[in-house]
Ligand binder design. Structure first.
Ligand code: 5GP
Length: 210
């Protein structure tokens, strides 16, 4: 069985990543979502173990020391990290694992797992990013401005991602992302066994063994 794709989805705050992930999980059965650990406080409606595993700073640092995280980063004053064990188990079962993480984490993963797929998603304009954050209504103006400043830094390194997809029309965006993940499965680098089989097959054929 082919191992699943480790699929990193990043994007500016307000780019609609959360909705995209929900749609991917709802529409297709090849995905599993990794739930991250964080030290940020839960937003209204968020539940421990569903959106995040909410940790204290001390608990999070203990996870780092125990090497329990595949990657971790600080983002707007809080720690965020991906628990390693779940990701490894699910990839080995053949499912594609979605990590909805920010860029520092994405780049750490790319270094550790070069065949991970990095997709960056963004709204059609910067003004639209601000409008979406405002409309979400979960953060005050100061936090929104922090996220906009963070966004301007993130824009500088988008080119380090494998693919860039615009989220203007949600349906189209979800389809494009799914197509990108499917496409990655046909990459030669992921199909070494198939290539070896065909090489052996030709050898056998030419020796008259077929
Ligand atoms: P939020 O606080 O809005 O839920 O998330 C803030 C940022 O942290 C988002 O860009 C989100 O993708 C990112 N994030 C969530 N979980 C992780 C994680 O496990 N690792 C890293 N590096 N970033 C994460």
């Amino acid at each position: 069985m082919q191992k699943g794709i480790l699929f990193i989805l990043s994007g500016f705050a307000g780019s609609g990543k959360g909705t995209i992930v929900k749609e991917l999980l709802k529409r297709y059965d090849n995905y599993a979502l990794s739930v991250s650990a964080t030290t940020r406080a839960p937003r209204p409606g968020e539940r421990d173990g569903r959106e995040y595993f909410f940790k204290t700073k001390e608990e999070f640092e203990a996870m780092i020391s125990a090497d329990e995280l595949l990657e971790h980063a600080q983002y707007v004053g809080n720690y965020y990290g991906t628990p390693k064990k779940y990701v490894e188990e699910v990839l080995n079962s053949g499912k594609d694992v979605i990590l909805e993480i920010e860029q520092q984490g994405g780049f750490q993963i790319k270094e550790k797992c070069p065949d991970a797929l990095l997709v960056f998603v963004m709204p059609p304009s910067v003004k639209e990013i601000y409008n979406r954050l405002k409309k979400r209504g979960t953060e005050d103006e100061e936090t929104i401005m922090k996220r906009m400043k963070q966004g301007s830094k993130e824009a500088e390194v988008i080119a380090g991602y494998d693919y860039l997809i615009i989220n203007d029309d949600l349906d189209k965006c979800v389809e494009n992302i799914h197509a990108t993940v499917q496409c990655a499965k046909f990459a030669t680098g992921r199909n070494a066994d198939l290539i070896n089989d065909v090489i052996t097959g030709f050898g056998d054929f030419l020796k008259g063994n077929v």
